[in-house]
Structure formats: C-alpha cells, structure tokens
Design a protein around this ligand. Structure first.
Ligand code: NDP
Ligand code: OXD
Length: 310
C-alpha cells in the first residue's frame, strides 16, 4: 500500500515527513525515480503530473490534488477512468487566502497605496474616509475559500456580496447567480476579488466586457488563476483609467515572464502565486483523513465533478 507523490514545485521530503507523522503505515514513493512496483500505488498526491502518467497504476483509488485548484489535472484527458480526483481543503490554506483578500481589500479601502506615495514625497495629506459599510466588495466564487473570505469581510462590516453558479447560503452575504447575475454583481462591486476555479466556463471571464461593467475606479484582485484574465483587456481597462488598480497573484505563464507588461506597471501589483501556500505539515491531515475514510469504505471529499471541472 503506497502513495505516489508527483510535483515539480512541492517539497517531496517535507511531505514524506508530514505524512509519516499522520499515517506511518503508508509507503511514500516519488515519481518518476522511486515508483517501485506500480501495483502498490493506491493513492496519488500530485500537482501537474505528466499527462497520462497516472494510467500506469492499476490499483489507484484516488488522485489527491496538492492544491485547492484542480485545473492542473482536469486538462488531462488521459486520467484513469473512474478514479476520483479530490481537491485539497486545508483550513490553513483557506485562512491564508482570506488573509490575502482582507489585506488587499483593506489596502484599497483605506487608500494605503496613496498614503505610501505621499509618505515617499513627504506630503502631509488627509483623504476622506469611507466606512466599510459603504465599501462594496464582490467575491467571484463563494466556495470553501470565497465563503470564508466573505464571512470575514462581513465581520469587518463591508458591504460584501458573492457570485456563484447556483444558490449559496453564506450568512449575511447576498449572492448573485449565473450569467445574468454576473452583470449586476459586477456593476455594484468597487473591489472585485476572483476566487473561482478555472474551468471552460470561467476561462477569460475577466475580460473587456466584465471590466466595462465594473464601476469607474474599480479594483480587481485575482488570487484564483491567470487563465481567468484576458491580459490585454486588463491592461486596456487600467490604461484608459476605467480601473484604478489590479493585484494579480496568478498568471497564464508562471513564473511571470520578465518581459510581461504586468511587471512594473504603475497600477498593477504582482505577487508570485503566494496568496496561500500549501503547507505539508497542516495539509497532510486532510490527505490522511481522506485515506482513513477510504479504508473504511467511505468516499473521500470533496470529489471533483468532472462535468463542472471543480
Ligand atoms: P470551491 O470549489 O470550493 O468553490 C468554487 C466556487 O466558484 C463555488 O462557489 C462555485 O459556485 C463558484 N463557481 C464555479 N464555477 C462558476 C461559474 N461558472 N459561475 C459562477 N460561479 C462559479 O473552490 P475553492 O474556494 O476551494 O478554491 C477556489 C480557487 O482558488 C481554486 O480553484 C484555485 O484556483 C484558487 N486558489 C488559489 C490559491 C493561490 O495561492 N493563488 C490558493 C488556493 C486556491 P457554486 O457554489 O455554485 O458551486
Ligand atoms: C491552489 C494553489 O490551488 O495554490 O491551492 O493555487
């Protein structure tokens, strides 16, 4: 009985130690050099595995994503049939994402960027202060992460709403649903935070039309996936003055290429896909809990719906 680890970016050694602490009887193998007997592999823990590679394991019971997002897997048409793909839900990952969202919402709400600029010029200038109840924040995606961020913004008294596919009940957070709700959602949101999964439906959703619907001076924070944004449309919306600023953690190509116009753009802040990092020492518990569930004959959770892509 073994787990196969495959990732170019996550630390195999740290994961091995973290999993050994919570599941000492589980053998840890690493793709591609330490796979051992393919028949031993029951679980895969992966980030962007080589396409088709997971088909080689006849006894594979579950594919665990090393992150909350599963777009790195869903593009693989050669995933083994009938093996569930399981998203990572780790409270520490969620908290990190909410920290990132709250940090940037507070930054723009309190106009800290302006004060940093004034400070550099030795300029003593007070700006009008808006109460959070009058600051309209819109969260795209009220899943595990979006609902946590929305609840925390609500607790700070922001006027926060969410946008989802179907109805979601997040206490005190009104939701807009589906394509039709999207237009109204955008029109009322001064700070738009994208926390959607990347699927065929959400690819390119932050485009010229969406930016035009946002109110003049709106701010975009994308902590989801680079594929949600049409880069040229974002640049045009910022350069025309319609949007005030964008904070981007994720990109079509990562690392963001040195020549990309996002680097150094006066209205864009780039962070290197760090909105929240998967920490093996906490996330191992979620994997172990799911393996224990499966050993008892229960399904792991949450299983990705291949039709929805998340
Ligand atoms: P969930 O699957 O829990 O939630 C997804 C949410 O998006 C749901 O509310 C869902 O709606 C909504 N949604 C999906 N498709 C659509 C659509 N077509 N129209 C409207 N709403 C839609 O995901 P998580 O909250 O766990 O994670 C969200 C994403 O955050 C990940 O997929 C990943 O890309 C990103 N992420 C980024 C990190 C970083 O460091 N930058 C770290 C962790 C995650 P409904 O409720 O109706 O199903
Ligand atoms: C994730 C990520 O999906 O880190 O967890 O992007």
């Amino acid at each position: 009985m073994a787990l196969l680890f495959s990732s170019k970016t996550d630390d195999a050694g740290r994961w091995k130690t973290a999993l050994a602490r919570v599941l000492p009887d589980l053998a840890f193998r690493v793709w591609p050099d330490d796979v051992g007997d393919a028949a031993d592999i029951e679980y895969a823990l992966v980030w962007g595995p080589k396409r088709g590679a997971l088909k080689a394991f006849p006894n594979l019971k579950a594919i665990f994503s090393l992150g909350a997002g599963v777009d790195h897997l869903m593009g693989d048409r050669d995933l083994p049939d009938g093996v569930p793909v399981v998203r990572l839900v780790d409270p520490a990952l969620t908290v990190g994402m909410s920290e990132y969202v709250l940090y940037w919402v507070l930054h723009f709400h309190r106009r800290m960027g302006d004060y940093v600029r004034y400070s550099r010029k030795a300029k003593w200038k007070k700006l009008p202060q808006v109460v959070p109840r009058q600051r309209r924040v819109g969260i795209m995606g009220l899943g595990v992460i979006g609902s946590d961020a929305a609840r925390k913004l609500k607790a700070l008294d922001f006027d926060v709403v969410g946008w989802t596919r179907g109805h979601r009940n997040v206490s005190g957070v009104p939701t807009f649903e589906g394509r039709r709700g999207f237009e109204d959602f955008l029109a009322r949101s001064e700070i738009v935070v994208c926390l959607l999964p990347l699927t065929p439906e959400t690819t390119g959703i932050l485009n010229a039309r969406a930016f035009a619907r946002m109110p003049e001076g709106a701010v975009v924070v994308n902590a989801a996936r680079g594929g949600h944004v049409i880069d040229d449309d974002l640049l045009a919306a910022l350069d025309s003055g319609h949007l005030k600023a964008a904070v981007l953690d994720v990109f079509h190509t990562e690392p963001l290429p040195a020549e990309h116009p996002f680097w150094g753009h006066p209205k864009i802040t780039v962070t290197p896909h760090v909105a929240s990092l998967t920490v093996p020492e906490t996330a191992a518990k979620s994997i172990a809990d799911n393996i224990r569930r499966m050993r008892k004959g229960q399904p792991p959770e949450p299983i990705v719906d291949p039709k929805k892509g998340y």
